[in-house]
Write a protein that binds this ligand. Sequence first.
Ligand code: G3H
Ligand code: 13P
Ligand code: ZN
Length: 304
Amino acid sequence: MLTNTNIIFEYAQKHKCAICAFNVSNLETIKAVTEASRELKAPIIISASEGAIAYAGANNLVSLAGNFSRDTSVPMALHLDHGKSYEICKKCIDAGFSSVMIDGSSLPFEENVALTKKVVQYAHKHGVSVEGELGQIIGIEDNVSSASSILTNPQQAKEFVAKTGCDSLAISIGTAHGINKGSITPQIHYETIEAVSKALGKKYPLVAHGSSSVPQNLVANINKFGGEITKSQGIDYIDLVKMSTTSICKINIDTDLRLCFTSSIRQYLFENREVFDPRKILGSATNQIKDYAKYLINMLTLKK
Ligand code: G3H
Ligand code: 13P
Ligand code: ZN
């Protein structure tokens, strides 16, 4: 069933774990992550960026996520990732998303407060949860880019949450968006997580973006079968596990699922040259994403 993130974060706090937020943009990725969640009986957050919505359509994503999460008591949220305007948040809420992120992190503080507060007022009227963002997370994606990282200021975070009423807060702690997070494993600023958590109260849910591990075996496999990915670097799994023991309740993963998809498709087409049935080609990619999602859920949510 689709729920807002409040129930999901209660689960995270009760079990002292983090929930995986997986970025999706089509039937295959939604099928993969929801099946992983159902089979492991662990909550997840299904995230769709503005780019994913432009590609697949908000109503289609709501229908797919709704259908794949039906007939199970495992809570799942359908969440807008990095919404940049009030209009896109309203559009998603009206379409049936159960959660939205309003990312005003590139705006001056007071403008970020005003925008986030406006989204919260509309969302809460509809039972939808809201994630805000404070600080700047480095990295480049289609719709999300920042050249340099600015760690979240704990006192500003306290003021931001008090003024906006947002339900969770994405913070900048040294992670980065995209396939290349630096020349060495990024250093996670645990002292910033601790300080923000202390300022907001231990129970307040914090969110880590840019948390893909960029497995080098996937990058190597893509390149083996014709890809040309040159620079790539992710977050160490040890850091993800450590983050999941803090007030970080939500860990965002997009790049890793894209790597699973591309690695699987390149290999499958090379090894099965006679196949032209999309169900077989995409089916192998779906299975690889599902297995990887299960690996992360086991590690970060179920602590196995
Ligand atoms: O954090 C950003 C996500 O990875 C979304 O990326 O805008 O390319 O869909 P996208
Ligand atoms: P990655 O690029 O590390 O997967 O980050 C995803 C993310 O933060 C989505 O909001
Ligand atoms: Zn992000």
